[in-house]
Design a protein around this ligand. Structure first.
Ligand code: SF4
Length: 349
């Protein structure tokens, strides 16, 4: 059962309430390289990203952020650390949301950011991280780090609410998966939309595991309104990973892709065939299931619920629909014809 939270709008994307879980990523080039920033935003959008975050680290970045803002209609979050004036400048430059760690500014400065956000009707994401948890809060929580993270965030939320500002998204992140899950469970009780992520999760393989376990556990409990799969990689990899996770959990429409683990019966280059089919189909915005199997012994049976499948066998590929084989194609024509079948299926309204 989904935890229903307050609804917050980031440009044309609403999060919280009963809205779909939104996918976020973050550009990893300096915003002063406007062309590279825009190129990343567009690539991520094409892969299914809903919201992009951009670091605005200094005053020189603000004018570049403003230019990016003018040249894309993607919802943009300005990521601010330490200098509250940058948050205000980013709002004036058209940011759709500000992400700020309230522990990095004074309370008086935080008040100014809140008042500016209220004036512009822009949401704020306030987040605390495991690495920067307040020492006093940790002492009060008797060393319980999740409780300390919750207490710190709740104090900020109460202060902001006292200024009659409720346009908030909350986050609590740690590179420790258990800590992230426990702290988010506590914070979900505050009623605001949650941005989920496991921070500094690492390179692709380890990062995917940590994020899938952490974010996936929370989503299965109905917690979370927007996700960022943090990876030391291209932002598009983060978007694809988030999309695959949401599809796997039945929380987003898209292609379910299955391929067998391969065994001694396989006589085809399964990895490359599977990769090519996946890359072709991954951005189709329809609920379909596609299977690529390494042999015809178990292929049709194991993929009986796939809309379309192929199974390689001795220089040929058997094609099947809903578990029934319907044609055999030579290896050299198989992938082209399979793509045509995918097109036919997805263009068939
Ligand atoms: S589909 Fe064939 S190749 Fe793939 S794991 Fe099953 S038996 Fe092995």
């Amino acid at each position: 059962m989904r935890n229903v939270t307050r609804e917050v709008a980031i440009r044309n994307i609403a999060i919280g309430g009963k809205n779909p879980i939104a996918i976020q990523s973050m550009t990893n080039v300096p915003v002063t390289d406007v062309e590279a920033t825009l190129a990343q935003i567009e690539r991520c959008r094409a892969n299914g990203c809903d919201i992009m975050r951009i670091a605005v680290p200094n005053a020189a970045s603000v004018s570049s952020f403003a230019e990016v803002r003018l040249r894309t209609d993607m919802p943009l979050v300005a990521d601010i650390h330490f200098d509250y004036r940058l948050a205000i400048a980013a709002m004036e430059a058209g940011a759709d949301k500000i992400r700020i760690n309230p522990g990095n500014v004074t309370l008086a400065q935080l008040d100014k950011v809140v008042d500016c956000a209220k004036m512009h009707n822009i949401p704020l994401r306030i987040g605390v991280n495991g690495g920067s948890v307040n020492k006093d809060a940790l002492k009060r929580a008797e060393g319980n780090k999740e409780q300390a993270l919750f207490d710190s965030l709740q104090e900020y939320v109460r202060r902001i609410e006292a200024r009659a500002f409720y346009n908030l998204v909350l986050s609590v992140k740690s590179s420790d998966v258990r800590e992230t899950v426990k702290a988010n469970r506590l914070i979900s009780k505050l009623g605001y939309p949650l941005h989920l992520g496991v921070t500094e999760a690492g390179l692709i393989r380890q990062g995917l595991v940590k994020n899938s376990v952490g974010i996936g556990s929370l989503l299965l409990e109905g917690i979370g309104d927007t996700v960022r799969v943090s990876l030391t990689s291209d932002p598009c990899d983060e978007v694809q990973a988030a999309k695959d996770m949401l599809i796997a959990l039945g929380l987003r429409q898209g292609v379910t892709f299955v391929s067998c683990p391969k065994c001694g019966r396989c006589s085809i280059d399964l990895e490359n065939v599977a990769q090519e089919v996946y890359d072709y189909a991954k951005n189709i915005d329809r609920n379909i299931k596609i299977a690529v199997m390494g042999c015809e012994v178990n292929g049709p049976g194991e993929c009986a619920d796939a809309d379309l499948g192929i199974a390689g066998a001795n220089g040929k590929f058997v094609f099947f629909k809903h578990g029934l084989r319907y044609k055999t194609v030579s290896e050299k024509d198989a992938i082209r014809q399979f793509k045509e079948e995918i097109d036919l299926l997805t263009n068939d309204n």
